[in-house]
Design a protein around this ligand. Structure first.
Ligand code: ATP
Ligand code: MG
Length: 168
């Protein structure tokens, strides 16, 4: 049984993440997905709660064709302990898929296999760019799975982001 691990903040989950997960699905029996910085929500950089992000992922991956687990993971303020923290919260996994330099470094130092998936249209498909579009009232819906559009509309996510970005 081979299990792959993928982690992100998913603020929000977008088509770039989806493209990577669809690729990983073909090379693992199961996938463990960590929702990082789980304790944050209602900020401009982290507008959505861990639970809302779990919904975005779970609904978007319904047809993945590979069993997956979505697990919120809070930050620890000590990078040296982070891998042990992640592993204490997740089903055992053998391969890490990440392009994040710190994530790659920490798992490599722990002696684990790290693979770096190719980026999918990174210029437009980034959480930062999608949040900017939401704030500026520009189209963002085409950059995320339709299930994510539904979740964000359901929670009035764009309105939330625009309100918390306002000044008093
Ligand atoms: P932000 O701009 O808020 O950091 P992000 O798009 O980088 O958002 P994260 O949740 O930080 O999304 O990323 C999770 C993982 O997905 C990271 O390893 C990141 O490198 C990867 N990733 C992000 N965008 C893409 C993309 N377009 N194609 C492939 N992988 C991506
Ligand atoms: Mg990022």
């Amino acid at each position: 049984m081979s299990r792959g691990f993928y982690i992100g903040r998913f603020q929000p989950y977008h088509n770039g993440h989806q493209a990577v997960l669809e690729r990983i699905a073909c090379s693992s029996d199961e996938i463990v997905i960590g929702v990082g910085s789980a304790q944050f929500s209602h900020t401009v950089a982290n507008p959505f709660t861990a639970g809302e992000r779990v919904l975005m992922l779970t609904r978007s991956l319904e047809d993945l064709g590979c069993p997956f687990y979505v697990i919120p993971i809070e930050d620890v303020q000590r990078n040296a302990l982070w891998v042990a923290h992640v592993r204490s919260m997740t089903p055992p996994f053998d391969t890490i898929y990440s392009s994040n330099p710190l994530v790659m470094q920490l798992f490599s130092e722990a002696g684990m296999d790290v693979l770096s998936p190719d980026m999918y249209e990174r210029h437009t498909h980034s959480g930062t760019e999608i949040r900017r579009r939401m704030l500026d009232g520009e189209p963002w819906e085409h950059l995320v799975p339709t299930a994510v559009v539904d979740v964000i509309n359901e929670i009035c996510g764009v309105e939330r982001l625009q309100r918390i970005a306002g000044s008093d």
